[in-house]
Design a binder for this molecule. Structure first.
Ligand SMILES: Cc1cc2nc3c(=O)[nH]c(=O)nc-3n(C[C@H](O)[C@H](O)[C@H](O)COP(=O)(O)OP(=O)(O)OC[C@H]3O[C@@H](n4cnc5c(N)ncnc54)[C@H](O)[C@@H]3O)c2cc1C
Length: 618
C-alpha cells in the first residue's frame, strides 16, 4: 500500500460542507442522484457508474482534493499479489502466501479480503483508491466524493465477507480499519432518549474494530460481556449489520439486538445518529439489514452484560463402527440436545462427518465444570455402554475457565496454547491473537456455502427420525454442522424480544440451530500462477455439497438463511435473508439511499443493479 501523495497537500477541497453536525437531522429522501441520461439518439441510457477507463473518471486534481480533505489518508491501492503476478516463484510471492495464513496480515491490507474468492462466483479485487479513514469526516468526504463523481463505493472493516461484498474492482474504498477505539460506559443513554430509555452499561466501538480486541477491552479489562462474533478477527460493524452470532448468543441473543446506537454517514454525506428515539427506522435497518447497504457506520454502542463466572468447552469425537450405529448416534445426540442442551447455557456446534464420526465442539456459559459434566454424563454413559458400536477417537473433554480470562491473550497463550495463535509478524501487538480453528479460513477460496435455520419443531419425537435421516444422508456426501448458537429457540424471553425488533429473518426466533454445509480450498488466489485453486475440483465439490444440502433443505424448504453465512447464488435472497422484514427494510433503503450509492451483492435494493453494481437495470 502506498500513499499517492507523498507530501500532504493542503489545498481545500471544493465540496459541500461535510462537517455537518452529527445530529438528529430528519431523514428525507435524497435527490442527488444519477437518473437515466439521454443518449445521442434521445433514448435514455441506463445510469452507469464510472470506471478508470471512462472520461468521467475523476482527474488527478480531483483525487488530490479528496486527499487533502481526508488529511493525506487517500491510498492508491496496490496488491501484494502483484509480486506473485510478476514472479510467481520468487521469494516475495512465497512470503505473501506464508502471510496469507495470518488473518491479521490480510486484515491490515486494503487490497485483501479474508476470503480470496468463490468458485464461479467472485474473486477478490482491490479498489483503485482507498480512504484509510480515521474519523467521521474522512468517511463523509469519501462518501461525498463517490456520490459527486458517480463512483462505485465499497466499505470494508474486518474484511470477512464470504460474499465478496467488501471489495470491487474500479471502485473507491472506505476502509475503517484504523477506527477502532473502544470506550466503556457505566450508564449510557442514547441521544434523544433521556427519560425514555433507562441508562445501561455499554461500550462504544469504532466501526473498524475487530471482536478479539473488543472482548479484551470489555471482558479482560472491564469485567463485562458484550455480544459479538465467534471468530475474533471479524469486524464489529459487519457482524452487527449481519445480525451477528457469537458462541454465547443462545443466552445474550443477536449482536444486532444489543445495539443501542450507531453513528452512520448516509449517502448525502451527513453523519446521523441512529437509535430507538432518533432515526429509529434507520436504526432498525442497521440491526441485521446487512452491511454496506444503508451507509457507512462509524461508531456503534452496544449494551454490555454481567459476566458469568465461567465459560467452558466440551470437545470430543466419536467413531461409529457401522452406518446403522452412526444413525442411532445421530438420533441420540439430537434427542440429547433437545432435552438437555437447548437452553441459554449451550452453544456452538456438532458436526456430522462422512466417515461415521460425530464431532462435539460445544461451549457453555454460566455453569461450573462439574455442572457441565453432570449434564453430559448420561450421554457419555450411553456411548460407553456400547463399545461394539462406538469409540472415542478424540476423548471427551470438559473444561471451564474464569469467564474474565476467556479472551485474555496472555492467559490463553499460557494455559491453552493449542487453541490460540498469534500474529507472527515482527512487531505485531501482543493482543493480535486468533482462534487456531479460524486459521484455515484465512485466504480460503469457497466452493459452496449453504445455511438454513432449522425450526425446533424438527426435534419433536415424531419428526426426529426425519431429521436424523437428513443429517445422515447429507453426511454421506459432505460434512454437515449444526450451529446451535445461531438459532434462538431456547433463548431467554428478553433475547427473543430484542431479536424480534431487528431486520433479521424472524425464522431465527424458533430455530434450534443454523445448519451449515460448506466447503473451501486452502489459501489460494485465482489468476496467480502456481497458487490457483483447482477450479475443476471446486466445481465437483460444489455439486457434492449441493447434493448434501438438498438432503437437509427438503426438511425445511422455506427456512430462512443467515445473510452472512449463505449461498452466493441464493435464489430468493430477499425472502431467505429477511423474510417478512424485507419490505420494511426496502423502505428504509429508499429513505436513506434512494439512488443506491451503496450497493452490495444481494443487499437490500441490489435487485435494481447489474451483478457488479455498476449499471442500473431499472
Ligand atoms: C472466518 C469467518 C468467521 C466468521 N464467524 C462468524 C461468527 O462467528 N458469527 C457470525 O455471526 N458471523 C461470522 N462470520 C460472518 C461475518 O460476521 C460477516 O461476514 C460480517 O459481515 C463480516 O464483517 P467484517 O467487517 O469482518 O467484514 P467486511 O467484509 O469488511 O464487511 C462485511 C460487509 O459489511 C459492510 N461493512 C463493513 N464495515 C462497514 C461499516 N463500517 N459501515 C457499513 N457497512 C460496513 C461491508 O461493506 C460488507 O458488505 C464469519 C466470517 C468469516 C470469514
Amino acid at each position: 500500500m502506498t500513499s499517492i501523495f507523498p507530501v500532504p497537500i493542503l489545498r481545500a477541497l471544493k465540496r459541500r460542507d461535510f462537517l455537518k453536525a452529527v445530529a438528529a437531522l430528519p431523514l428525507v429522501p435524497l435527490a442527488c442522484a444519477p437518473a437515466a441520461r439521454p443518449s445521442a439518439g434521445g433514448a435514455p441510457t441506463p445510469f452507469r457508474r464510472v470506471r478508470p477507463s471512462d472520461p468521467g473518471w475523476p482527474s488527478e486534481s480531483d483525487w488530490r482534493a479528496l486527499n487533502a480533505a481526508v488529511h493525506d489518508r487517500l491510498i492508491r491501492v496496490e496488491s501484494p499479489l502483484d509480486a506473485c503476478r510478476a514472479d510467481p516463484d520468487g521469494a516475495a510471492c512465497a512470503e505473501v502466501f506464508k502471510e496469507f495464513k495470518n488473518p491479521y496480515y490480510i486484515g491490515d491490507h486494503p487490497a485483501l479480503t479474508q476470503t480470496s474468492g468463490w468458485t464461479d462466483a467472485w474473486t477478490s479485487a482491490p479498489s483503485v483508491y482507498a480512504v484509510a479513514a480515521e474519523g467521521t469526516t474522512d468517511v463523509a468526504a469519501a462518501v461525498d466524493f463517490a456520490r459527486e463523481h458517480d463512483l462505485r463505493l465499497v466499505v470494508k472493516g474486518g474484511g470477512h465477507s464470504y460474499q465478496g461484498t467488501s471489495c470491487a474492482p474500479d471502485s473507491l474504498l472506505v476502509w475503517t480499519r484504523a477506527m477502532h477505539d473502544v470506550r466503556l460506559h457505566d450508564a449510557f443513554v442514547p441521544q434523544g432518549c433521556a427519560g425514555r430509555i433507562d441508562p445501561a452499561p455499554a461500550v462504544s466501538v469504532g466501526s473498524g474494530a475487530i471482536w478479539m480486541h473488543v472482548y479484551d477491552a470489555v471482558t479482560t479489562d472491564g469485567g463485562r460481556y458484550v455480544q459479538g462474533g465467534g471468530c475474533g478477527t471479524v469486524g464489529v460493524a459487519g457482524l452487527v449489520q449481519s445480525g451477528g452470532f457469537g458462541s454465547f448468543s443462545k443466552n445474550f441473543g443477536l449482536a444486532a439486538a444489543n445495539l443501542l446506537e450507531a453513528e452512520v454517514v448516509t449517502a448525502d454525506g451527513v453523519a446521523r445518529i441512529a437509535n430507538a428515539c432518533t432515526n429509529p427506522e434507520l436504526f432498525w435497518g442497521l440491526k441485521g439489514g446487512g452491511g454496506g447497504s444503508l451507509g457507512v457506520v462509524t461508531r456503534l454502542t452496544l449494551r454490555t452484560h454481567d459476566l458469568p463466572e465461567f465459560f467452558g468447552v466440551v470437545f470430543g469425537t466419536i467413531q461409529a463402527r457401522s452406518e446403522a450405529s452412526y444413525r442411532r448416534l445421530i438420533a441420540r445426540v439430537l434427542g440429547f440436545y433437545r432435552d438437555r442442551l437447548m437452553n441459554p447455557h449451550w452453544g456452538e456446534q456438532i458436526r456430522f462427518h462422512g466417515d461415521d464420526t460425530l464431532e462435539l465442539s460445544m461451549v457453555f456459559q454460566g455453569l461450573t465444570k462439574a455442572e457441565a459434566e453432570a449434564v453430559w454424563q448420561p450421554f457419555f454413559d450411553w456411548v460407553a455402554a456400547a463399545p461394539d458400536d462406538y469409540a472415542w477417537t478424540s476423548p471427551p473433554m470438559v473444561a471451564a475457565l474464569p469467564a474474565r480470562r476467556f479472551w485474555d491473550p496472555a492467559f490463553l497463550k499460557q494455559v491453552a496454547p493449542q487453541f490460540i495463535l498469534s500474529d507472527d509478524r515482527p512487531g505485531a501487538p501482543a493482543d493480535n491473537v486468533y482462534w487456531a480453528g479460524n486459521r484455515g479460513e484465512a485466504g480460503q477460496v469457497l466452493h459452496a456455502y449453504h445455511s438454513a435455520w432449522l425450526p425446533a419443531a424438527l426435534l419433536e419425537a415424531k419428526r426426529l427420525d426425519g431429521l436424523t435421516d437428513a443429517l445422515f444422508g447429507a453426511s454421506r456426501r459432505w460434512s454437515a454442522s449444526l450451529h446451535f448458537n445461531k438459532g434462538l429457540a431456547g433463548a431467554p424471553a428478553e433475547a427473543l424480544t430484542a431479536a424480534r425488533d431487528t431486520a433479521t429473518n424472524p425464522d431465527v426466533l424458533d430455530a434450534f440451530a443454523l445448519a451449515i454445509v460448506a466447503g473451501e480450498a486452502p489459501p489460494a488466489f485465482p489468476g496467480v500462477p502456481g497458487h490457483e485453486p483447482d477450479v475443476a475440483e471446486g466445481r465437483r465439490a460444489a455439486e457434492e455439497i449441493g447434493r448434501a444440502w438438498n438432503e437437509i433443505r427438503k426438511l425445511a424448504p422455506d427456512a430462512g438463511s443467515y445473510v452472512s453465512e449463505s449461498d452466493y447464488f441464493e435464489p430468493d435472497w430477499q425472502g431467505s435473508f429477511w423474510g417478512s422484514n424485507y419490505s420494511r427494510l426496502a423502505e428504509v433503503k429508499r429513505q436513506v439511499d434512494p439512488d443506491d450509492l451503496f450497493f452490495v451483492h444481494h443487499g437490500v435494493g441490489s435487485e435494481g443493479w447489474s451483478e457488479d453494481g455498476f449499471t442500473r437495470l431499472t
